[in-house]
Design a protein around this ligand. Structure first.
Ligand code: GRF
Length: 246
């Protein structure tokens, strides 16, 4: 079932975002979770504002009081919260407190953007079908941490990132979109991470647009469908991040 059903035509902006011209009547409520600098969160906020998406960033929440992205969000007038995981004895206690703060905003989607906590099954179940994550690898390859080191160690020639719905299995769940970058012979984990991050920002920006426009649905086979979007794959080219064109 599509959330926010609407009528669509499609175009393409100079900044690389697929844009449907829509008739819309509701606003998609978003809460973004971060743990650090929040560059993906910033890309999401800027995309919503620069393209006047029918979406609202209700709050930015971090599990660390020192997360750099919180001040960036505050400086732009966004509601922010720090629910410090160190203040809780167990994961369940932390997740319960975090869920309570999120629920106050009644979001349509909760976006994990560089949020580095493994969430409990209870939390994932509570936000089932509304919880989305970005992972810096081409899932199902290289789940977990140190994905760029893993990629270099395996000698893969293409690497990338994935935006997916979250399930209780870590870095698993229905894939919404993926982006790829070439691996260069003298790459280090840092240079590879920098290249992947470029694609992450565009990938998450496009997914947020699709969510805001109510285009995204999960079918009975737990496969993602995005109305009117044939290709959900993006490529880093010398001309920037481009959607794959048939
Ligand atoms: C990103 O590479 C993200 O995929 C990973 O952590 C990094 C966080 O970056 N989970 P930022 O905080 O969004 O800048």
């Amino acid at each position: 079932m599509l959330s926010h059903p609407r009528v669509y035509n499609f175009g393409w902006t100079s900044s690389g975002i697929i844009v449907p011209a829509v008739l819309s009547n509701s606003v998609c409520r978003l809460v973004v979770l971060i743990s650090g600098r929040g560059s993906n969160m910033q890309s999401i906020v800027n995309t919503v504002r620069d393209h006047s998406l029918p979406a609202e960033i209700c709050a930015v929440i971090a599990n660390k009081t020192e997360a750099g992205g919180l001040q960036w969000a505050r400086d732009r007038g966004l509601a922010t919260h720090a629910v410090a995981h160190r203040d809780y004895a167990t994961r369940v206690e932390f997740d319960t407190a975090l869920a309570a703060v999120i629920d106050d905003y009644q979001p349509d989607y909760v976006l994990l953007a560089g949020f580095m906590r493994v969430l409990t099954p209870g939390f994932v179940e509570h936000f089932n079908g509304r919880l989305i994550n970005i992972h810096p690898s081409l899932l199902p390859a290289f789940p977990g941490l140190h994905t760029h080191q893993q990629a270099l160690a395996m000698g893969v020639q293409w690497h990338g990132c994935t935006v997916h719905f979250v399930t209780p299995v870590l870095d698993h769940g229905p894939i919404i979109a993926q982006g790829i970058v070439p691996v260069i012979s003298d790459d280090t984990p840092e240079t590879l991470a920098g290249r992947v991050l470029q694609v992450e920002h565009k990938l998450y920006a496009n997914v947020v647009r699709w969510l805001a426009e109510g285009l995204v649905s999960l079918n009975s086979m737990q496969r993602v469908q995005v109305l009117g979007i044939a290709s959900r794959s993006f490529v880093l080219t010398p001309n920037g991040v481009q959607p794959y064109q048939r």
